[in-house]
Design a protein around this ligand. Structure first.
Ligand code: SF4
Length: 412
């Protein structure tokens, strides 16, 4: 069994245990990219803001370039001290270990606007590290449908609800086409970001449509537009749902994207049906895997990916202990890799079970077992994450790129 060491070991610990609030962490928010989730003080925790919540930075960078997403946790043994001038340190109370860190900086584009006055931050782009994510139609139709009283949205999803963002972007339920103005504003923002930060990957995503062919049409429109404005030829990944085979072929034939990532989210048909009821009803588990296999036929082994929500198996309703959860996830890794598909595991804390005293420990045990077991599987299948798809500088809650990098002897 491979053991985690160096930066990958640190990253897994900090992702699983979170970071507790300190004034230094709060002060860093002034010059850092802000976290999408504010820090929520737990009951009895010292709250210098007096508001119960505080803005904190989103991402940490260690000296070797490892990127780590910050999750606030008032019980964490990890905390931050220091300042912008003196430098920041991430400290483990248990061992006294101190790691010099920086935070992902707040770039000028975050407060700039398009020519017609829309903040770039609302124009359908976000970044993490050197990845730029384009999402000009975030509203997901699965949020609007129910069957036998059950919502069709994925149970873990907090970002697909039609809301203010969809309004800014002119997204209207039922209209497949993305408005030309929306695309042009996105292009303004894209140009500004690319001028201000080194972007090495573009990832096209969006909310799902209940008709996979219509979803494919929308992504074709988006990908053709991005191809026409991608002046530095940055590699692009298609992050749609599992669209029909003839549309997948069109993406390939037109050279619109270099990688494909249809997110299965969770392994086993039983869990998929429970966790992703919309994907299961409107596309289906088997069809999802078939679409990934079609993509492998075009782009080749190692260029087709599927994001997985690692940790969702630990939700109490599934009744699984971490050993079983890791075993099921690893079965999926073996199966997908044997088809030339690379799953990418993003750590997601289960929303239930927080009262368990071993809540954080079982997440860590699960994720360490999964990460080390999966690294061995990928090695056996000769699969590595393509640098053009994602890398250690943008993998903020995934560990595969860090492990591949370490395997190549880069300091970690
Ligand atoms: S398909 Fe699932 S994960 Fe994606 S936006 Fe819709 S509900 Fe969220």
């Amino acid at each position: 069994m491979i053991q985690l060491t160096g930066s990958p070991a640190l990253k897994v610990q900090v992702m699983c245990e979170g970071i507790r609030y300190t004034p230094a962490l709060g002060a860093a928010a002034a010059h850092s990219m802000p976290n999408y989730y504010p820090y929520r003080f737990k009951e009895g925790e010292a709250d210098p803001t007096g508001r119960g919540i505080a803005t904190i930075p989103y991402l940490i960078n260690t000296p070797d370039g490892t990127e780590i997403r910050i999750l606030g946790n008032g019980d964490s043994p990890w905390h931050v001290e220091g300042s912008l001038e003196a430098g920041y340190q991430l400290i483990d109370d248990r061992s006294g270990q101190r790691v010099a860190i920086e935070f992902e900086p707040l770039r000028p584009w975050a407060t700039q606007k398009t020519a017609d006055g829309m903040p770039y931050a609302q124009a359908g782009i976000t970044t993490h590290g050197d990845m730029l994510v384009i999402n000009v139609a975030p509203g997901c139709e699965y949020f609007l449908h129910k069957h036998e009283g059950q919502s069709m949205r994925c149970t873990f999803c907090a970002y697909g609800a039609p809301d203010e963002r969809t309004k800014h972007l002119g997204q209207i339920t039922g209209r497949v086409e993305i408005l030309p103005d929306t695309l042009d504003r996105m292009r303004n923002a894209l140009d500004a970001v690319i001028d201000q930060a080194e972007i090495r990957h573009i990832y096209l995503v969006g909310g799902s449509l209940t008709d996979a062919r219509k979803e494919g049409e929308r992504f074709l429109q988006l990908a053709r537009y991005v191809k026409s404005v991608n002046r530095r030829n940055i590699p692009v990944a298609l992050g749609s749902g599992a669209i029909p085979d003839d549309q997948i072929k069109t993406f390939f034939d037109e050279g619109l994207v270099q990688h494909v990532c249809f997110n299965l989210e969770i392994w086993s048909e039983e869990l998929f049906a429970k966790v992703c009821p919309g994907k299961h009803k409107y596309v289906g588990y088997r069809r999802w895997i078939e679409a990934l296999e079609t993509a492998v036929k075009h782009w080749g082994r190692g260029n087709v990916y599927s994001a997985m929500v690692a940790g969702n198996e630990l939700e109490p309703e599934h009744g699984l202990e971490w050993e079983d959860a890791a075993r099921i996830a690893l079965q999926g890794a073996e199966d997908l890799c044997s088809r030339g598909i690379i799953p990418i595991y993003s750590l997601v804390w289960p929303s239930g079970g927080r009262q368990r005293p071993d809540y954080h420990q079982r997440i860590r045990s699960y994720f360490e077992a999964l990460s080390t077991g999966y690294q061995a599987i990928r090695r056996r299948h000769g699969l590595e994450v393509a640098e053009t798809f994602m890398c250690h500088r943008c993998a903020y809650m995934q560990i595969e790129c860090d492990l591949d990098r370490q395997a190549h002897g880069v300091p970690a």
